[in-house]
Design a protein around this ligand. Structure first.
Ligand code: ASP
Length: 309
């Protein structure tokens, strides 16, 4: 039993060599922030919110500040949070004036009134929920992944880059949580929503099983309800690494999808897999040094190997 644990990701795609260090470092910072919460006895829910906020505030990722713009040149943000202890969840989509949508998702969850609110309605409610609104221009024009090199690898038909962010955590008390946040795909149609804020698709958490967050080609990921699928496999006793690899293979074979997934089970075992050239990630587990990178080699033996520390 390994507690606490936090795993974060900053997207699965072909991260240009020039940006790899920034993607890597951003994940380390986010995992570190979440870890500080967990180490001091904080909840998994607080840890994922804090970690995702750090990623949203970092302009290299497609979440919060510096997100990709839609066809109208606007930033439209989606986010989701779920508490594995109570199965309560909150989601928000297509908001243009919220700097940290993960926190709005959490406030919506805690409102006990609604679970998923979009667009103008979400913005109108935000202030009453204690979430400040920002000028949409503040989310624009930051350096980072909005600059997509022309030679970026994309699978056929896939609108990438996919540099959405996510975090899963297991706290000292044994509670699990997940949080995700995204600006969606570049040049998306206004109003388009991907898998990221959809329960079970981009994320799911259940204390009886585990927590999972997915990233990649949202239109394909949602067909498999990938993150709920991950938790179902964990509930059946699958090891997280085997489950992660199985699901990503299914994503490619069943629906021609590309992306990545991060998972933690209730025993603190971790799984990561991707079928894209890169996945930026960081893992911190009690008693171990941080494991991080922009490619995850995978394999069931990997977690025991020296080179992963
Ligand atoms: N899954 C996200 C979406 O389709 C993109 C990503 O993961 O970067 O909106």
């Amino acid at each position: 039993m390994e507690r606490p644990v936090i795993v974060v990701h900053g997207g699965a795609w072909h991260i240009p060599a020039l940006l790899r260090e920034a993607f890597h470092e951003g994940c380390r910072q986010a995992a570190g922030a979440g870890w500080a919460v967990l180490r001091s006895g904080g909840t998994a829910l607080d840890a994922v919110e804090v970690a995702v906020r750090v990623l949203e505030d970092n302009p290299v990722y497609d979440a919060g500040l510096g997100s990709h713009t839609n066809l109208n040149g606007e930033v439209e943000l989606d986010a989701f949070i779920m508490d594995g202890r109570t199965l309560e969840l909150g989601g928000v989509a297509a908001v243009k004036r919220v700097r940290n949508p993960i926190t709005l998702a959490r406030r919506i969850m805690e409102s006990n009134e609604h679970a998923f609110v979009v667009g103008d309605g979400a913005e109108a409610w935000a202030q009453a929920l204690g979430v400040p609104l920002c000028d949409p221009a503040e989310l624009l024009g930051q350096p980072g992944s909005a600059t997509i090199p022309e030679d970026t690898w994309t699978p056929p038909g896939m609108q990438l880059p996919a540099d959405t962010v996510g975090a899963v955590a297991l706290d000292l008390a044994g509670n699990l949580a997940v949080g995700t946040s995204t600006g969606g795909t570049p040049q998306k149609r206004p109003g388009r929503v991907g898998d990221t804020p959809l329960v079970g698709c981009g994320a799911y958490a259940d204390n009886a099983a585990g927590a999972a967050a997915a990233t990649g080609w949202g239109e394909r990921l949602m067909r498999l309800v990938l993150s709920k699928g991950a938790c179902d496999l964990l509930a059946q006793g699958w090891a997280p690494q085997a489950a992660a690899e199985h699901l990503i293979a299914q994503l490619e074979q069943r629906v021609g999808g590309y992306g990545g997934i991060i998972m933690v089970d209730r025993d603190g075992q971790v799984g990561l897999a991707h079928n894209t050239p890169n996945l930026s990630f960081a893992v911190i587990r009690a008693g171990e040094e941080m494991l991080s990178g922009t490619e995850f080699p995978g394999g069931m033996d990997f977690w025991d190997a020296d080179e992963c520390r």
